[in-house]
Design a binder for this molecule. Structure first.
Ligand SMILES: [Zn+2]
Ligand SMILES: [Zn+2]
Length: 361
């Protein structure tokens, strides 16, 4: 199969033929139909997330099942499936307490992802994040394959493995936004724009978008933000206070990734408010936060991986919202690429020229 292989950090990714390894009894082969280029992979490309080359990036995808291992039940060739960035093994401690977003099958393997193929010269190639969506075929654990019944196009479905689940899940599962709440969203990229849409669905009274990029800020307005703030020219804390009776936002969701953005999120929240961190800068990054807003002023500081979703419960809900047009993927999908465009997609993501660029196969 053809795959985009990261051979070395900071060196253009090569699209090459690789040989898939034999299918393990517990794994599934999926014909890739669409994979979104995720901004996280810019960080991985630069070697800042601990990936080990040669590897195939792309940590969320969608496609059609080709073949299932001999021990796989409930998944059949021909099914349309979502391959999210997080498996749900159903057996580990975290799956047992209803937190499959922390499933041991991903988080307790020490960052060593399974080899799924070999290069022409015989080097083993892993699937980064256990998915490897930037390739014609994915070889994935059965616990990472979620069949769906919907006629939504694959490019839209591909966003359910990372962007939609993280953004929408942050609003409903983590922040638990109530009708009338004031919600500030720090960062309106591909993730924050899903947060804005979900906050509108939740009935937020005010949705305040904090975003320096003019195009993204105005799109946030089109998708439901009631107030737009440019934190690069305005004092964001003053602006948010003036919109919330001098208090700060009831709920703040950070969707930008940098430690600065996370500090800003705390700064624009009200006393006893809720702050949710969902972005990631790079492995080893640290956030320094003032103590008074957290201790004396009792803000609830939460964080989330993949929106704390449970795929079997939340996928059908989010698909229903997409089908009814209550969540809109159209403005989020800004480019469609073939696999050969991988380095262009990377550059456009890094330059903020794309929200979500999708590889279609
Ligand atoms: Zn992602
Ligand atoms: Zn598990």
């Amino acid at each position: 199969m053809r795959a985009a292989v990261l051979r070395e950090f900071n060196i253009p990714i090569t699209v090459e033929d690789v040989d898939l390894l034999d299918l393990d009894p517990h794994r599934v082969l999926v014909q890739t139909k669409a994979s979104p280029f995720c901004s996280t992979d810019v960080t991985s490309f630069h070697g800042n997330l601990g990936k080990v080359p040669p590897t195939i990036l792309g940590h969320a995808s969608t496609g059609e099942v080709i073949e299932v291992g001999t021990q796989v039940e409930g998944i059949r060739p021909g099914q349309r499936v979502i391959i999210p960035g997080t498996p749900e093994c159903g057996n580990c401690y975290y799956c047992g307490i209803g937190r499959p977003d922390q499933c041991s099958e991903l988080f307790d393997i020490g960052g060593i992802y399974p080899d799924i193929a070999r290069t022409a010269e015989g080097l083993p190639v892993s699937a980064a994040g256990c998915v490897g969506g930037y390739a014609e075929i994915m070889n994935v654990s059965k616990n990472q394959v979620f069949p769906v019944e919907t006629d939504l196009p694959y490019d839209v479905l591909s966003l359910l493995g990372c962007g939609i689940t993280t953004g929408v899940g942050a609003v409903f599962n983590v922040a638990k936004v109530q009708p009338g709440d004031s919600v500030a969203v720090v960062g309106c990229g591909h993730l924050g724009l899903w947060v804005v849409q979900a906050a509108r669905l939740a009935g937020a009274g005010r949705i305040i978008a904090l975003e320096p990029h003019a195009g993204r800020r105005s799109l946030a307005g089109e998708l439901g933000a009631t107030d737009l703030v440019d934190p690069s020219v305005q004092d964001a804390a003053d602006a948010v206070k003036s919109l919330t009776a001098g208090r700060g936002a009831d709920i703040v969701i950070e969707a930008a990734g940098s430690p600065d953005a996370q500090r800003l999120a705390l700064e624009v929240s009200r006393r006893a408010g809720t702050v949710v961190f969902s972005g990631l800068d790079q492995a080893g990054a640290e956030v320094k936060l003032p103590q008074i807003p957290l201790a004396v002023q009792s803000r609830q500081l939460l964080s989330t991986q993949n929106g704390n979703v449970r795929m079997r419960r939340d996928l059908p809900r989010y698909i229903c919202l997409l089908e009814r047009g209550m969540l809109d993927a159209k403005p989020i999908i800004t480019s469609r690429y073939s696999l050969d465009d991988i380095n262009l997609a990377l550059k456009k993501s890094e330059n903020l020229d794309d929200l979500s660029g999708i590889f279609v196969f």
